[in-house]
Design a protein around this ligand. Sequence first.
Ligand code: HEM
Length: 469
Amino acid sequence: LLGAGSRQKNLPPGPRGLPLLGNLLSFRPSHLLSNLAAWRQQYGDVFCVRIANKLVVVLNGHKAIQDALVKQPEVFSDRPPPFRDSDKDQGVAMAQYGEDWKVKRRLGLTALRQFGMGKRSLEGKITEEARSVCDVLVEKNGTATDMSLLLSNGVSNVICAMSFGERFDYNDMEFQRLMRLMSELVSGGGVARFIPLVRKLPSFKKDQESRIRMSQEVIDFIKAKIKEHKETFDPADIRDIIDVYLMETQQQNPDEADRTISEIGMINTVRDLFIAGAETTATTLKWGLLYLARHLEVQRKIQEEIDREFGASPPALSQRGKLPYTEATILEIQRIRPIVPLSVPHTTSTATVLRGFDIPGNTFVIPNLWSAMMDPAVTPDPETFNPGRFLDENGSLVRPEWFIPFSLGRRQCLGEQLAKMELFIFLATLLQHFTFKLPDGAAAPSMKGSLGIVFAPKAYQICAVPRDD
Ligand code: HEM
């Protein structure tokens, strides 16, 4: 281990950067994933770069990610420090690794489970929401549509029901504005903005200011919901996730300073669940429909499975095991376009040794999930959409260990189970009723996407053609 003041002799190899900027210019979102892939080829699975003055270690391939996040969890589970002092009390997703994060994560999981994650009661709500999306599509009658907002509305309503106990009408203007805000929030903001020196650059500063404004609007919305909940709170009737948090704060010492979770911590955690719970799954569905529209033969096979197992009844999660091709397609969508390809940034809590390299404490760490799932060594022809890669010779589903869209280790996605429920029900319900096609004569949509916090497809139009036509 590196002792204080010792020379850093054996850092991982990596490209030389420019004076002051380091490798910052290679971190432009449009080229970042391919630059990282080229560096991996040259320097191996663990390499380091500099963003401005900050050392950044990039972990490539699932084994290196596992060696760090799973085998050394105490070292590799921290997050970069908050941008501003006023942001010290983070929600769960950016909380520093330690007691505070543990409390928030435990509460988050309890709340998600209590309000249905993994349970049948929630399945009904998801199905209802998927049907509402279908109802809107019926009215479109197969005409070209941008489904972005519609999918965000549908998926967000599930987490709204869990968090606030209410769903919103898709025409509700306040809800629509919130959806647009959240989508904008996660479409911008690459990893470089976590580096303090980079945030001082004028273009980043401006971006940061607008992000703070947008984030504040989401927070104001959540604060208003918490206020309403407080007015009607009854400890004998816990209605939703906000009530779970109110219960926790009520049970504790009324003196704010002694609470395990503060008011701000609670607001930020609900915001995290709300944003992570909405935009991630919706974006996966947006990629999914785009790939399916280009692969009608895949849709046909899924529809055969759905028709065989469910007929006209709503697709049920308990029967998922009988639809291996549908399941394989969902895995393939998450593999070919992982919506958080570089995970959420990690930081080392202390100095350590990883695969023989010295890694100093407080080093910025990027788990490159993309590299694990788009690696030609384990997924031949990685840019080819092929659900068959997740099926064995008997047609049974296989889930390889390199399939890690939810990351690994102690920070692994908190909502994985919810996301899986939603992906299956939304996709199966949509394909039960419609075949998705690209508009006749339109230019082929780009499959490249744009990388922000979330990796999303560029806007595209699609026709949902009713199946009974
Ligand atoms: C964290 C992926 C849906 C809540 C993460 C991380 C990834 C991820 C890669 C970072 C893990 C790390 O730091 O190494 C996804 C994908 C989703 C999805 C691919 C959908 C397809 C959801 C949903 C929720 C959720 C539905 C909750 C309602 C969270 C939270 C964290 C997180 C709270 C932070 C965990 C922590 O820092 O301890 N997710 N996620 N996610 N996710 Fe998800």
